[in-house]
Design a protein around this ligand. Sequence first.
Ligand SMILES: C[S@@+](CC[C@H](N)C(=O)[O-])C[C@H]1O[C@@H](n2cnc3c(N)ncnc32)[C@H](O)[C@@H]1O
Ligand code: SF4
Length: 371
Amino acid sequence: MKEISIYIHIPFCKSKCSYCNFVSFVNCENYFEEYVQSLIKEIKLFSKECKNTIVKTIYVGGGTPSILKAESIANILNVIYANYNIDDNAEITVEANPNSLTYEKVKIWVDAKVNRISIGLQAKSNKLLKLLNRPHNYNDFKNAIQQIKRAGITNISTDILIGLPRQKWLNINRTINKLIKLKVNHISAYGLILEPETKLYKQVESGELKIPNDDKSVKFYQKTRKKLEKNGYFCYEISNFAKIGYESKHNLNYWARGEFIGFGVAAYSFYNGMHWENTTSLSEYLKNEFKKLNIEKETEKTAKEEFIMLALRTTNGLDISKYNQIFKTDFKKEYSKQLNKLINNNTVKIENEFLKVIKTEITNLIIEEFF
Ligand SMILES: C[S@@+](CC[C@H](N)C(=O)[O-])C[C@H]1O[C@@H](n2cnc3c(N)ncnc32)[C@H](O)[C@@H]1O
Ligand code: SF4
């Protein structure tokens, strides 16, 4: 049976963080129940197309899934279990914000087979959290971690950001020290992307706030990586660090170009060689028409580019034999010009038939060479 992942988007937040451009709406409590009912309809409707598949991972992300009643998340998951074939060892993750997570909520999730929680901290400094308009402080985060563990979940991931305004290495170091002490076993350390149309973008443009320049951010990333590796978190993708055995199976499926179905506002899918998106409009989604937008058939060119881009971001690198097998070609011949240049500059290497990036701080530039 074909293996797939399922992503559920919960597009609601308590407040909007100044840097965030994800599709999430505030002050929409009145729509929560209606949205859950629409999701359930969409999930049931699509199940016919997935008869011969097995679901290996489910990720309820956002937005802020923990903002919903715990029973709503349980309902959504139970509808998936009733309509799809689920692997006995499926990884089932819920994303949470520290201020909207309680022991009781996690208990209900656990009863609905949730076995992993991803919780956003971003930074330890309360001043910085306030500056970013995060709706919680560090103590809320620490309490949330305690409640998650008390409810029986040990597979915990935390997001932090590198390159925030006024951030110094000292701040990042303190954040990491706390996470090590709290024994979270997976850390995503994302480099801040200054997204146009965010409040932070305007604050930086106007000179009100300053963010570290690229050189500084690269140094912060290198130090973060060194520190996390020294403390037993292995870097399995450029922004993702895990204790052995705690890599995110859901993300590994994305990076291996595995198939996935996304449900909800702005969700994205890749299934049967087709890519499509759902509407980004809440009112449109609530009409329950579930139109597939921007449908794109995968071409050999896009498939190759995606394979290269995703594989080079992982620590294992690009499996040359797998590439040759999938695309019935000879990778080394096809890209001999690029490989000669990059190997001579010492930016990539080939080890046991895997192409690996050496200079990870310029991974994106290296990837561009192949396009
Ligand atoms: C969409 S959020 C959902 C998680 C949760 N709502 C939270 O904020 O903790 C997932 C993660 O994306 C990251 N993120 C959001 N905006 C970003 C940006 N502009 N640049 C880099 N990472 C970003 C944050 O680390 C965040 O935890
Ligand atoms: S809580 Fe998460 S999804 Fe919501 S605005 Fe903040 S970063 Fe974005």
